[in-house]
Design a protein around this ligand. Sequence first.
Ligand code: SAM
Length: 349
Amino acid sequence: MKLDLDKINAFSDEELKELIEYDNNIKSDFSEELRIRADKVRREHYGTDVYLRGLIEISSYCKNDCYYCGIRCSNRNADRYRLTKDEILSACENGYELGYRTFVMQGGEDPNFTDDIICDIVSTSRVRFEDCAITLSIGEKSYESYKRYYDAGANRFLLRHETADDAHYRKLHPDSMSLENRKRCLFDLKEIGYQVGSGFMVGSPYQTTDNLVSDIRFLQELEPDMIGIGPYICHKDTPFADCDNGTMERTVRMISILRLLFPYALIPSTTALGTISPVGRELGLKAGANVVMPNLTPAEYRSSYAIYEGKAYAGKEAAENRDLLVAEVEAAGYNVVTSRGDVKSEQCT
Ligand code: SAM
């Protein structure tokens, strides 16, 4: 039976499951219909705008041991670095000159980045780049810490929930971590006033379609401003070295489903999607994504932030190659805009 996409907001779990699994061939008629509808909804809310975020990977040290991640603390082969305040600010400076108006400071959970240091970096950036959004993505913290960063001038926070299913979460993380705390963090961030981004990997080890339905249900509860998804990609120095990667097709299909369910959301076409296929990022944009996050990390550190195998950081993934990026976005039928790219206010419930 063909699903009626006009009714997607009222779909049962079974119908969502059927939609996710419908078929994985992005060239099929129904997949194309899904994509065209998602693109229409995206154009109704955001026109052809594509927002850029300059991604600064501030530290590859991490105290956590997520089984899927290349910078997990147990990986003795990982190259570790941490940027200084000056390096972070000069990356922002470069980004500003290139036309970036959002800086995403992302890193492993590095205890050396104390709250005082984070607040110092955020407050200095807030003054120096007053027309820019400052986004943090530095993991799970207390309410008080998140509040301090916010008061220092941070506007947005990215924290993927990774999986909304407790049993699946347990298979991906050690006992020292919990889904309950991750969710607590997301609701704390919302309460404080951040624009909040969550999301998950597509095709992570042991993931079932039911898990993806749970992810959608959790996002409907959270109502995040940003939703970041990308394919899971193996890293050889993790316990999941022999697992399969997620697929471009399923990731692109999930982007379209999320666009239909969350018309207002900022949805990136991620580096991971661009890593598993040279056309991945373009197809992500055509499927409903409206954000791209090129790499602004100082070039000498980029290869060390290896969260998965073969992570792209050169060419059009490099923030300095803005021309290549603009050309790619325009070829896909959209336009790069120089603005903070805040979420549009009307959220669906
Ligand atoms: N420490 C912060 C946090 O926990 O949110 C930010 C850094 S963390 C490395 C950023 C994201 O990378 C994670 O949320 C996860 O979804 C993604 N990631 C980690 N390992 C990955 C892999 N093997 N394939 C694809 N994405 C991965």
